[in-house]
Design a binder for this molecule. Structure first.
Ligand code: GAP
Length: 462
Protein backbone atom coordinates (compact mmCIF):
# COMPACT_ATOMS: atom_id res chain seq x y z
CA UNK A 1 0.00 0.00 0.00
CA UNK A 2 1.06 3.63 -0.53
CA UNK A 3 2.73 5.26 2.48
CA UNK A 4 0.20 6.64 4.97
CA UNK A 5 0.49 10.32 5.75
CA UNK A 6 2.42 11.16 8.88
CA UNK A 7 -0.53 12.74 10.74
CA UNK A 8 -2.61 9.55 10.41
CA UNK A 9 0.07 7.43 12.09
CA UNK A 10 1.01 10.06 14.69
CA UNK A 11 -2.63 10.30 15.69
CA UNK A 12 -3.07 6.50 15.90
CA UNK A 13 0.14 6.25 17.94
CA UNK A 14 -1.24 8.74 20.45
CA UNK A 15 -4.80 7.40 20.54
CA UNK A 16 -3.68 3.81 21.05
CA UNK A 17 -0.94 4.39 23.63
CA UNK A 18 2.27 4.13 21.60
CA UNK A 19 3.76 7.65 21.59
CA UNK A 20 2.54 10.86 23.24
CA UNK A 21 3.94 14.39 22.85
CA UNK A 22 5.72 15.12 26.15
CA UNK A 23 4.33 17.50 28.80
CA UNK A 24 1.19 18.35 26.84
CA UNK A 25 -0.51 19.72 29.95
CA UNK A 26 2.22 22.41 30.00
CA UNK A 27 1.91 23.14 26.30
CA UNK A 28 4.45 20.48 25.32
CA UNK A 29 8.22 20.68 24.93
CA UNK A 30 9.91 20.81 21.54
CA UNK A 31 11.38 17.58 20.22
CA UNK A 32 10.42 15.39 23.20
CA UNK A 33 8.02 12.44 23.28
CA UNK A 34 6.86 9.92 25.84
CA UNK A 35 6.31 6.24 25.10
CA UNK A 36 3.03 4.81 26.36
CA UNK A 37 2.18 1.25 27.42
CA UNK A 38 2.35 -0.09 23.85
CA UNK A 39 5.27 2.12 22.81
CA UNK A 40 7.43 0.84 25.64
CA UNK A 41 6.74 -2.75 24.56
CA UNK A 42 7.49 -1.90 20.94
CA UNK A 43 10.81 -0.32 21.92
CA UNK A 44 11.69 -3.26 24.14
CA UNK A 45 10.95 -5.76 21.37
CA UNK A 46 13.03 -3.87 18.80
CA UNK A 47 15.93 -3.55 21.24
CA UNK A 48 15.70 -7.27 22.06
CA UNK A 49 15.60 -8.21 18.36
CA UNK A 50 18.70 -6.07 17.77
CA UNK A 51 20.46 -7.59 20.78
CA UNK A 52 19.60 -11.10 19.60
CA UNK A 53 21.00 -10.47 16.10
CA UNK A 54 24.07 -8.60 17.33
CA UNK A 55 25.03 -10.42 20.54
CA UNK A 56 23.11 -13.64 21.20
CA UNK A 57 23.38 -15.06 17.66
CA UNK A 58 27.08 -14.22 17.25
CA UNK A 59 30.26 -15.60 18.78
CA UNK A 60 32.28 -12.44 18.09
CA UNK A 61 30.17 -9.78 19.86
CA UNK A 62 29.58 -9.11 23.56
CA UNK A 63 27.42 -6.53 25.34
CA UNK A 64 28.12 -3.54 27.58
CA UNK A 65 26.25 -0.97 29.65
CA UNK A 66 28.55 1.99 30.33
CA UNK A 67 27.76 5.02 32.50
CA UNK A 68 26.01 7.88 30.74
CA UNK A 69 27.77 10.64 32.68
CA UNK A 70 31.51 10.15 32.86
CA UNK A 71 34.83 11.99 32.76
CA UNK A 72 34.52 15.04 30.44
CA UNK A 73 37.89 14.20 28.89
CA UNK A 74 36.11 11.34 27.12
CA UNK A 75 34.42 13.99 24.94
CA UNK A 76 37.60 16.00 24.51
CA UNK A 77 39.47 12.97 23.18
CA UNK A 78 36.58 11.86 20.97
CA UNK A 79 36.60 15.26 19.28
CA UNK A 80 33.02 16.08 20.28
CA UNK A 81 33.95 19.14 22.36
CA UNK A 82 35.78 20.64 19.38
CA UNK A 83 33.86 19.24 16.43
CA UNK A 84 30.34 18.19 17.34
CA UNK A 85 28.85 21.43 16.14
CA UNK A 86 26.51 22.60 13.48
CA UNK A 87 26.09 26.02 11.89
CA UNK A 88 23.25 28.16 13.30
CA UNK A 89 21.68 31.22 11.68
CA UNK A 90 19.21 33.76 13.13
CA UNK A 91 16.54 35.72 11.28
CA UNK A 92 17.28 39.45 11.64
CA UNK A 93 13.53 40.21 11.47
CA UNK A 94 11.79 37.62 13.70
CA UNK A 95 14.86 36.33 15.62
CA UNK A 96 13.98 32.71 14.89
CA UNK A 97 16.98 30.40 14.92
CA UNK A 98 17.70 27.65 12.38
CA UNK A 99 20.32 25.04 11.69
CA UNK A 100 21.77 25.99 8.33
CA UNK A 101 22.29 22.38 7.21
CA UNK A 102 18.69 21.47 8.07
CA UNK A 103 17.47 24.63 6.32
CA UNK A 104 19.35 23.65 3.17
CA UNK A 105 17.98 20.08 3.39
CA UNK A 106 14.41 21.44 3.40
CA UNK A 107 13.57 20.43 6.97
CA UNK A 108 11.84 23.78 7.56
CA UNK A 109 9.92 23.58 4.25
CA UNK A 110 10.72 25.28 0.90
CA UNK A 111 13.46 27.93 1.16
CA UNK A 112 13.49 31.27 -0.74
CA UNK A 113 16.86 32.85 -1.50
CA UNK A 114 18.22 36.38 -1.89
CA UNK A 115 19.84 37.67 -5.10
CA UNK A 116 23.20 36.18 -4.10
CA UNK A 117 21.63 32.73 -3.49
CA UNK A 118 21.75 32.88 0.35
CA UNK A 119 18.71 31.27 2.04
CA UNK A 120 16.10 33.54 3.66
CA UNK A 121 14.03 32.98 6.79
CA UNK A 122 11.35 30.32 6.08
CA UNK A 123 8.93 32.16 8.44
CA UNK A 124 8.94 35.68 7.04
CA UNK A 125 11.59 35.87 4.28
CA UNK A 126 13.87 37.96 6.55
CA UNK A 127 17.64 38.13 6.07
CA UNK A 128 19.66 35.56 8.05
CA UNK A 129 22.83 36.22 10.06
CA UNK A 130 26.18 34.66 9.12
CA UNK A 131 26.39 31.09 10.50
CA UNK A 132 27.83 30.53 14.00
CA UNK A 133 29.05 27.15 15.27
CA UNK A 134 26.81 25.60 17.91
CA UNK A 135 27.79 22.48 19.88
CA UNK A 136 25.03 19.88 20.14
CA UNK A 137 26.20 18.41 23.46
CA UNK A 138 24.20 19.12 26.63
CA UNK A 139 26.38 20.28 29.50
CA UNK A 140 25.64 19.62 33.14
CA UNK A 141 27.33 20.16 36.51
CA UNK A 142 28.49 17.38 38.79
CA UNK A 143 28.88 18.09 42.51
CA UNK A 144 27.45 20.76 44.81
CA UNK A 145 29.40 23.76 43.46
CA UNK A 146 28.86 25.31 40.05
CA UNK A 147 32.33 25.85 38.64
CA UNK A 148 34.01 25.12 35.36
CA UNK A 149 35.92 22.14 36.77
CA UNK A 150 32.65 20.35 37.54
CA UNK A 151 31.31 20.39 33.98
CA UNK A 152 30.19 17.06 32.54
CA UNK A 153 28.37 16.18 29.33
CA UNK A 154 25.36 14.08 28.53
CA UNK A 155 26.50 11.56 25.92
CA UNK A 156 25.66 12.47 22.29
CA UNK A 157 26.46 8.87 21.24
CA UNK A 158 26.96 5.58 23.09
CA UNK A 159 30.16 4.69 21.23
CA UNK A 160 32.62 6.37 23.61
CA UNK A 161 31.53 4.24 26.57
CA UNK A 162 32.59 1.27 24.44
CA UNK A 163 35.98 2.69 23.42
CA UNK A 164 37.00 3.53 26.97
CA UNK A 165 36.08 -0.02 28.07
CA UNK A 166 37.83 -1.77 25.19
CA UNK A 167 40.71 -3.02 27.33
CA UNK A 168 38.43 -4.04 30.23
CA UNK A 169 36.28 -6.17 27.97
CA UNK A 170 39.19 -7.67 26.09
CA UNK A 171 41.04 -8.78 29.20
CA UNK A 172 38.10 -9.73 31.44
CA UNK A 173 36.49 -11.82 28.69
CA UNK A 174 39.83 -13.19 27.35
CA UNK A 175 38.88 -12.37 23.76
CA UNK A 176 40.73 -12.18 20.47
CA UNK A 177 40.04 -9.91 17.49
CA UNK A 178 37.78 -9.46 15.66
CA UNK A 179 35.58 -8.54 18.60
CA UNK A 180 32.43 -6.47 18.64
CA UNK A 181 31.08 -4.65 21.71
CA UNK A 182 27.41 -3.75 21.56
CA UNK A 183 25.47 -1.25 23.61
CA UNK A 184 21.89 0.07 23.53
CA UNK A 185 21.52 3.26 25.56
CA UNK A 186 20.16 6.78 25.60
CA UNK A 187 21.98 9.63 23.89
CA UNK A 188 21.26 13.34 24.04
CA UNK A 189 21.63 16.16 21.50
CA UNK A 190 20.53 19.75 21.73
CA UNK A 191 18.47 19.61 18.54
CA UNK A 192 16.85 22.93 17.69
CA UNK A 193 15.20 22.01 14.37
CA UNK A 194 11.55 21.11 14.92
CA UNK A 195 11.67 17.35 14.48
CA UNK A 196 9.44 15.25 12.34
CA UNK A 197 7.79 13.37 15.19
CA UNK A 198 10.33 11.02 16.84
CA UNK A 199 12.74 11.28 13.90
CA UNK A 200 14.80 13.96 15.63
CA UNK A 201 14.49 14.40 19.38
CA UNK A 202 16.53 15.76 22.28
CA UNK A 203 16.97 12.33 23.81
CA UNK A 204 16.89 9.08 21.91
CA UNK A 205 18.04 5.51 22.25
CA UNK A 206 20.88 4.30 20.10
CA UNK A 207 21.85 0.71 19.39
CA UNK A 208 25.53 0.79 18.54
CA UNK A 209 28.22 -1.80 18.02
CA UNK A 210 31.94 -1.16 17.69
CA UNK A 211 33.60 -3.98 15.74
CA UNK A 212 37.33 -4.07 16.54
CA UNK A 213 39.54 -5.66 13.89
CA UNK A 214 43.28 -6.04 13.32
CA UNK A 215 44.63 -2.91 11.57
CA UNK A 216 45.05 -3.26 7.80
CA UNK A 217 48.49 -4.09 6.45
CA UNK A 218 48.30 -1.06 4.17
CA UNK A 219 46.68 1.98 5.80
CA UNK A 220 46.31 3.74 2.45
CA UNK A 221 44.61 0.78 0.82
CA UNK A 222 42.73 -1.13 3.56
CA UNK A 223 41.00 -3.68 1.32
CA UNK A 224 40.16 -6.37 3.93
CA UNK A 225 38.82 -3.71 6.27
CA UNK A 226 36.63 -2.17 3.57
CA UNK A 227 35.34 -5.62 2.56
CA UNK A 228 34.28 -6.22 6.16
CA UNK A 229 32.63 -2.78 6.21
CA UNK A 230 30.64 -3.68 3.05
CA UNK A 231 29.45 -6.88 4.74
CA UNK A 232 28.23 -4.95 7.76
CA UNK A 233 26.44 -2.41 5.58
CA UNK A 234 24.49 -5.15 3.80
CA UNK A 235 23.84 -7.13 6.97
CA UNK A 236 22.39 -4.06 8.65
CA UNK A 237 20.12 -3.16 5.72
CA UNK A 238 18.88 -6.77 5.60
CA UNK A 239 18.13 -6.74 9.33
CA UNK A 240 15.40 -4.13 8.78
CA UNK A 241 13.60 -6.19 6.16
CA UNK A 242 14.25 -9.72 7.42
CA UNK A 243 13.98 -9.29 11.19
CA UNK A 244 12.01 -6.10 11.71
CA UNK A 245 9.72 -6.71 8.72
CA UNK A 246 10.17 -3.37 6.91
CA UNK A 247 9.27 -3.30 3.19
CA UNK A 248 12.65 -3.73 1.40
CA UNK A 249 11.38 -1.49 -1.42
CA UNK A 250 11.37 1.44 1.03
CA UNK A 251 14.98 0.89 2.16
CA UNK A 252 18.14 2.06 0.42
CA UNK A 253 21.85 2.51 1.09
CA UNK A 254 23.43 5.94 0.69
CA UNK A 255 27.22 6.40 0.94
CA UNK A 256 28.30 9.79 2.36
CA UNK A 257 30.16 12.33 0.23
CA UNK A 258 33.63 13.24 1.50
CA UNK A 259 32.44 16.61 2.90
CA UNK A 260 29.57 14.97 4.80
CA UNK A 261 31.77 12.52 6.73
CA UNK A 262 32.03 12.90 10.52
CA UNK A 263 35.42 13.92 11.88
CA UNK A 264 36.19 10.31 12.87
CA UNK A 265 35.21 8.50 9.67
CA UNK A 266 36.92 7.63 6.37
CA UNK A 267 33.71 6.18 4.95
CA UNK A 268 30.07 6.00 6.07
CA UNK A 269 26.96 4.51 4.48
CA UNK A 270 23.49 5.27 5.76
CA UNK A 271 20.63 2.81 5.73
CA UNK A 272 17.73 5.05 4.72
CA UNK A 273 13.96 4.65 4.76
CA UNK A 274 11.47 6.36 2.49
CA UNK A 275 9.58 8.44 5.07
CA UNK A 276 6.41 10.35 4.05
CA UNK A 277 8.65 13.45 3.63
CA UNK A 278 11.40 11.64 1.64
CA UNK A 279 14.47 9.52 2.33
CA UNK A 280 15.85 9.75 5.88
CA UNK A 281 18.63 8.08 7.87
CA UNK A 282 17.79 5.08 10.03
CA UNK A 283 21.30 3.88 10.74
CA UNK A 284 24.86 4.85 9.82
CA UNK A 285 27.64 2.32 9.30
CA UNK A 286 30.99 4.08 9.70
CA UNK A 287 34.68 3.27 9.23
CA UNK A 288 36.03 4.84 12.44
CA UNK A 289 39.50 3.35 11.81
CA UNK A 290 41.77 3.64 14.88
CA UNK A 291 40.69 7.24 15.50
CA UNK A 292 38.96 6.83 18.87
CA UNK A 293 41.33 4.31 20.50
CA UNK A 294 44.32 6.40 19.41
CA UNK A 295 42.86 9.66 20.76
CA UNK A 296 41.85 8.12 24.12
CA UNK A 297 45.29 6.56 24.35
CA UNK A 298 46.94 9.95 23.79
CA UNK A 299 44.82 12.05 26.15
CA UNK A 300 44.66 9.51 28.98
CA UNK A 301 48.30 8.47 28.69
CA UNK A 302 47.04 4.88 28.75
CA UNK A 303 47.54 3.33 25.28
CA UNK A 304 44.59 1.22 24.15
CA UNK A 305 46.19 -1.57 22.14
CA UNK A 306 45.91 -5.25 21.33
CA UNK A 307 48.74 -7.76 21.34
CA UNK A 308 48.77 -9.42 17.93
CA UNK A 309 50.38 -12.83 18.44
CA UNK A 310 51.06 -13.33 14.76
CA UNK A 311 53.15 -10.17 14.33
CA UNK A 312 54.31 -10.17 17.97
CA UNK A 313 53.39 -6.47 18.22
CA UNK A 314 50.97 -4.23 20.11
CA UNK A 315 48.64 -2.70 17.55
CA UNK A 316 45.74 -0.24 17.68
CA UNK A 317 42.64 -2.00 16.25
CA UNK A 318 40.51 -0.49 13.51
CA UNK A 319 36.80 -0.19 14.09
CA UNK A 320 33.63 -0.57 12.02
CA UNK A 321 30.56 0.93 13.65
CA UNK A 322 26.92 0.16 12.80
CA UNK A 323 24.96 2.83 14.75
CA UNK A 324 21.18 2.52 14.74
CA UNK A 325 18.45 4.70 16.24
CA UNK A 326 15.76 2.92 18.24
CA UNK A 327 13.22 5.76 18.08
CA UNK A 328 13.55 6.18 14.34
CA UNK A 329 13.09 2.43 13.99
CA UNK A 330 9.87 2.72 16.05
CA UNK A 331 8.63 5.44 13.70
CA UNK A 332 9.53 3.36 10.65
CA UNK A 333 7.84 0.25 12.01
CA UNK A 334 4.63 2.14 12.76
CA UNK A 335 4.61 3.83 9.34
CA UNK A 336 5.52 0.67 7.48
CA UNK A 337 3.09 -1.61 9.32
CA UNK A 338 0.11 0.73 8.80
CA UNK A 339 -2.48 -0.69 6.41
CA UNK A 340 -6.04 0.26 5.58
CA UNK A 341 -8.15 -2.56 4.14
CA UNK A 342 -11.75 -3.57 3.67
CA UNK A 343 -13.03 -6.29 5.97
CA UNK A 344 -15.37 -9.10 4.96
CA UNK A 345 -18.35 -6.73 5.34
CA UNK A 346 -16.73 -4.13 3.08
CA UNK A 347 -15.96 -1.82 6.03
CA UNK A 348 -12.60 -0.10 6.48
CA UNK A 349 -10.27 -1.75 8.94
CA UNK A 350 -6.92 -0.34 10.04
CA UNK A 351 -4.27 -2.97 10.67
CA UNK A 352 -0.72 -2.62 11.96
CA UNK A 353 0.99 -5.59 10.33
CA UNK A 354 3.85 -5.93 12.81
CA UNK A 355 6.12 -8.94 12.70
CA UNK A 356 4.99 -11.10 15.66
CA UNK A 357 8.43 -10.70 17.29
CA UNK A 358 8.00 -6.91 17.31
CA UNK A 359 4.26 -6.68 18.11
CA UNK A 360 3.68 -5.13 21.58
CA UNK A 361 0.78 -7.46 22.39
CA UNK A 362 1.09 -10.97 20.98
CA UNK A 363 -2.28 -12.44 21.95
CA UNK A 364 -5.68 -11.05 22.97
CA UNK A 365 -8.04 -13.32 24.85
CA UNK A 366 -11.65 -12.40 24.15
CA UNK A 367 -14.80 -14.01 25.52
CA UNK A 368 -17.41 -13.87 22.77
CA UNK A 369 -19.49 -11.59 24.98
CA UNK A 370 -19.48 -10.32 28.56
CA UNK A 371 -21.21 -13.37 29.96
CA UNK A 372 -20.93 -14.99 33.37
CA UNK A 373 -20.63 -18.47 31.85
CA UNK A 374 -17.85 -17.48 29.45
CA UNK A 375 -15.78 -15.48 31.92
CA UNK A 376 -14.24 -18.30 34.03
CA UNK A 377 -13.12 -20.23 30.93
CA UNK A 378 -11.80 -17.06 29.26
CA UNK A 379 -9.88 -16.11 32.42
CA UNK A 380 -8.44 -19.62 32.63
CA UNK A 381 -7.25 -19.36 29.01
CA UNK A 382 -5.84 -15.87 29.69
CA UNK A 383 -3.80 -17.19 32.64
CA UNK A 384 -2.31 -19.89 30.40
CA UNK A 385 -1.41 -17.41 27.65
CA UNK A 386 -0.13 -14.42 29.66
CA UNK A 387 2.52 -16.54 31.41
CA UNK A 388 4.20 -16.99 28.03
CA UNK A 389 3.37 -13.91 25.97
CA UNK A 390 2.46 -10.27 26.47
CA UNK A 391 -1.33 -10.53 26.31
CA UNK A 392 -4.54 -8.59 26.82
CA UNK A 393 -7.93 -9.64 28.12
CA UNK A 394 -10.88 -7.67 26.76
CA UNK A 395 -14.58 -8.28 27.22
CA UNK A 396 -16.04 -4.83 26.55
CA UNK A 397 -18.08 -4.02 23.41
CA UNK A 398 -18.98 -6.32 20.52
CA UNK A 399 -16.54 -8.98 19.40
CA UNK A 400 -16.21 -7.24 16.00
CA UNK A 401 -15.14 -3.95 17.64
CA UNK A 402 -12.66 -5.80 19.82
CA UNK A 403 -11.10 -7.52 16.78
CA UNK A 404 -10.77 -4.08 15.13
CA UNK A 405 -9.13 -2.67 18.24
CA UNK A 406 -6.59 -5.49 18.28
CA UNK A 407 -5.97 -5.07 14.52
CA UNK A 408 -5.27 -1.39 15.11
CA UNK A 409 -2.59 -2.14 17.69
CA UNK A 410 -1.12 -4.95 15.59
CA UNK A 411 -1.92 -7.96 17.83
CA UNK A 412 -1.11 -10.97 15.63
CA UNK A 413 -3.57 -13.42 17.25
CA UNK A 414 -6.91 -13.29 19.06
CA UNK A 415 -8.16 -16.27 21.05
CA UNK A 416 -11.94 -16.36 21.42
CA UNK A 417 -13.83 -18.30 24.04
CA UNK A 418 -17.45 -19.01 23.05
CA UNK A 419 -20.39 -21.23 23.90
CA UNK A 420 -18.85 -24.18 22.08
CA UNK A 421 -16.00 -23.92 24.58
CA UNK A 422 -18.18 -23.98 27.69
CA UNK A 423 -21.32 -25.69 26.28
CA UNK A 424 -24.86 -24.40 26.02
CA UNK A 425 -26.89 -24.16 29.25
CA UNK A 426 -26.74 -27.56 30.98
CA UNK A 427 -24.50 -29.08 28.27
CA UNK A 428 -20.76 -29.81 28.51
CA UNK A 429 -18.47 -27.73 26.31
CA UNK A 430 -15.82 -29.16 23.99
CA UNK A 431 -12.97 -27.19 25.66
CA UNK A 432 -11.86 -25.70 22.34
CA UNK A 433 -11.25 -22.05 21.37
CA UNK A 434 -10.73 -20.19 18.10
CA UNK A 435 -7.49 -18.55 17.05
CA UNK A 436 -8.04 -15.60 14.69
CA UNK A 437 -5.18 -14.45 12.50
CA UNK A 438 -4.83 -10.64 12.25
CA UNK A 439 -3.75 -10.54 8.60
CA UNK A 440 -5.96 -13.20 6.99
CA UNK A 441 -8.82 -12.92 9.53
CA UNK A 442 -9.11 -16.71 9.22
CA UNK A 443 -10.22 -18.50 12.39
CA UNK A 444 -9.21 -22.03 13.34
CA UNK A 445 -10.50 -24.09 16.23
CA UNK A 446 -8.03 -25.74 18.61
CA UNK A 447 -8.44 -27.64 21.91
CA UNK A 448 -7.32 -25.58 24.91
CA UNK A 449 -4.96 -28.47 25.70
CA UNK A 450 -3.09 -27.71 22.43
CA UNK A 451 -3.39 -23.92 22.57
CA UNK A 452 0.15 -23.10 23.74
CA UNK A 453 1.67 -25.22 21.01
CA UNK A 454 -0.65 -23.74 18.35
CA UNK A 455 0.20 -20.18 19.43
CA UNK A 456 3.90 -20.93 19.61
CA UNK A 457 3.89 -22.31 16.06
CA UNK A 458 2.41 -19.03 14.85
CA UNK A 459 4.35 -16.59 17.06
CA UNK A 460 7.81 -18.09 17.50
CA UNK A 461 8.36 -20.35 14.49
CA UNK A 462 12.07 -21.00 15.13
N1 GAP B 1 28.11 6.84 17.01
C1 GAP B 1 27.74 7.29 15.71
C2 GAP B 1 26.56 8.12 15.72
O1 GAP B 1 26.08 8.56 16.74
P1 GAP B 1 24.76 9.20 14.14
O2 GAP B 1 24.53 8.99 12.66
O3 GAP B 1 24.93 10.60 14.62
O4 GAP B 1 26.04 8.32 14.47
C3 GAP B 1 23.27 7.15 14.75
O5 GAP B 1 23.60 8.51 14.96
C4 GAP B 1 21.76 6.98 14.69
O6 GAP B 1 21.16 7.56 15.86
C5 GAP B 1 21.09 7.71 13.53
O7 GAP B 1 21.13 6.94 12.35
C6 GAP B 1 19.68 7.88 14.03
O8 GAP B 1 18.92 6.70 13.82
C7 GAP B 1 19.88 8.07 15.53
N2 GAP B 1 19.80 9.51 15.88
C8 GAP B 1 20.78 10.42 15.80
N3 GAP B 1 20.35 11.62 16.23
C9 GAP B 1 19.06 11.47 16.58
C10 GAP B 1 18.06 12.32 17.11
N4 GAP B 1 18.31 13.60 17.42
N5 GAP B 1 16.82 11.82 17.36
C11 GAP B 1 16.54 10.52 17.10
N6 GAP B 1 17.45 9.65 16.61
C12 GAP B 1 18.69 10.11 16.35
Amino acid sequence: MAAPDLETVVSLAKRRGFIYPSAEIYGGFANTYDYGPLGVELKRNIRNAWWKSMVQDRDDVVGLDAALISNPNVWVASGHVANFGDPLVDCKKCNSRFRLDHLEEGDYGPVSRDASGKPLCPNDGGELTEPRQFNLMFKTQVGPVEESSSIAYLPPETAQGIFINFENVLTSMRRKLPLGIAQARTSFRNEITPGRWVFRTLEFDQMEMEYFTLPPKDRENPTEYLAMYDQWVEARRDWYSEVVGVDPGRLRLRPHDAEELSHYSIGTTDVEYLFPWGWGELEGVACRTDFDLTEHGKLSGHPLTYFDEESGQHVVPWVIEPAAGLNRTCAVILLDAYHEELDEKGEKRVVLKFNPAIAPIKVAVLPLSKNARLQPAAQRVYEIVRKRWMSQYDETQSIGRRYRRQDEIGTPLCVTVDFQTVGEEGQPGDESVTIRDRDTQVQVRVPIANLVEALRDRLDPV
